[in-house]
Ligand binder design. Structure first.
Ligand SMILES: Nc1nc2c(ncn2[C@@H]2O[C@H](COP(=O)(O)OP(=O)(O)OP(=O)(O)O)[C@@H](O)[C@H]2O)c(=O)[nH]1
Ligand SMILES: [Mg+2]
Ligand SMILES: [Zn+2]
Length: 389
């Protein structure tokens, strides 16, 4: 019989036990105290506090159980009885997992795993790789969560919301009209892609509704930075071939506002996918939050794609003001030329970034996005504060 080792595991605190991410009056301080640049520039605009604190939870770890570098606990289960699987979607306490041979299991998470470090809303997310212990033909316990290769996270209600794990590419979906394009949201998601080292491709859908020449300046700005911009119409099939080649054999996720056509794009690139879509509201051109959970779909031509619910705001997770300029490919070169090592490039005089905006070397709209992300990290679209759960 296995010998009891210790029943205590050191874990990270939940978010609400940590200090406030930032003060509300972050930037107003600059006018009064220019000298304080050092301290303010290192203050978090979102996410976890400076120190990572830990708590101890009780779980019966026995010989053979280990906590790895990612804080995962490997329960003492016979490897031969466990199956490897991929979390397709999570519904509250239940996760739907597809195992290697294609069978689908409805799974609950072992209690000790639930107690794991959760500065996120759920222990598991779509895209997680797990080990499970079957109980019957279609039910199982999840006994191990593999370390994540990547995550796409945002800050929601001061906590980390991991949207999806283990993707390598973001398809940032926007629509040319109905609803109208929100470049500021694209900028926020691009910064997140940079922060998490994920490839990003901007897909402007519903191009059948407008004359796309009006989009040229915006496309030019993003293309110059090296981002791929695709003009798409899921309704007419435009750009779908290119999307298929971009998504083939990769793990991608679509992300964007409600109603821009994320699910319609999935249906267009793979006829095996039959995602529900719904018309946007006639009155305000907003989407109706038709997709309600992130879900992974294998692609018939190889790879996988994750459909997600619409986001109306996107606040970066765990970002320090001084790091923000590094997430903007176009601002980065000017920022590194700035005379102040900890310049926020907002209020300082003789700032290289501000100079570049003034003489047109840096796009003023992108700079505005940057300023907004530092000054009001949560307020992307000022009139829309709803968000999906
Ligand atoms: N004209 C036009 N309409 C489109 C196109 N793609 C999608 N739509 C329509 O836009 C509406 C919303 O599409 P969805 O695919 O449900 O949008 P979504 O982004 O998945 O929305 P949520 O699930 O709410 O986040 C539907 O009525 C679609 O038929 C397109 O290329 N052109
Ligand atoms: Mg949808
Ligand atoms: Zn500067």
């Amino acid at each position: 019989m296995a010998r009891k080792k210790s029943n205590k595991v050191r874990l990270e605190f939940r978010k609400k036990h940590q200090s406030q991410a930032r003060r509300a009056d972050l930037t107003s301080d600059y006018a009064a105290a220019q000298d304080d640049i050092d301290t303010v520039a290192s203050e978090r605009v979102s996410g976890k506090g400076e120190q990572t604190r830990h708590r101890t939870v009780k779980g019966n770890l026995v010989d053979g159980e280990q906590q790895d570098a990612f804080g995962q606990i490997d329960l003492d289960v016979n490897a031969q009885t466990t199956l490897s699987g991929l979390v397709l979607r999570v519904h509250g306490l239940e996760s739907i997992v597809r195992v290697t041979d294609g069978r689908i299991f409805r799974c609950a998470v072992r209690r000790v795993l639930k107690n794991l470090a959760t500065d996120q809303r759920h222990v598991l997310v779509a895209g997680d790789e797990v080990k499970l212990l079957p109980e019957g033909t279609d039910q199982a316990w999840i006994v191990r969560i593999e370390p994540r290769r990547s995550t796409l996270s945002r800050t929601s209600k001061q906590r980390r919301h991991v949207i999806v794990a283990n993707v390598d590419q973001l398809l940032i979906v926007s629509s040319a009209a109905q609803p109208s394009i929100k470049p500021n949201l694209i900028d926020r998601i691009l910064a997140t892609a940079e922060q998490n080292h994920l490839d990003a491709c901007i897909c402007i859908n519903k191009c059948d509704l407008i004359d796309t020449s009006s989009l040229q300046p915006l496309i030019g700005t993003y293309s110059q930075m090296g981002y791929r911009v695709l003009l798409v119409s899921a309704a007419r099939g435009w750009g779908i071939g290119r999307l298929q080649s971009i998504t083939k054999d990769r793990n991608s996720v679509v992300i964007g506002q409600s109603g821009v056509g994320k699910s319609s794009i999935l249906n267009a690139i793979d006829s095996d996918l039959k995602q529900r879509v719904q018309a946007v509201s006639q009155e305000n051109q907003k989407g109706k939050h038709t997709t309600t959970t992130a879900e992974v779909f294998p692609l018939s031509y190889g790879g996988s794609i994750v459909d997600t619910p619409g986001v109306r705001q996107f606040q970066l997770w765990d970002i320090v003001a001084g790091e923000m300029s590094g997430l903007f490919r176009d601002i980065r070169p000017f920022a590194s030329n700035c005379r102040y090592p900890n310049c926020t490039h907002i209020h300082e005089n003789l700032c290289a970034v501000k100079d570049a905006v003034a003489d047109g070397r840096l796009d003023a709209r992108r700079y505005d996005s940057y300023c907004q992300m530092i000054e009001s990290p949560g307020e992307m679209v000022r009139d829309e504060f709803e968000e999906f759960e």
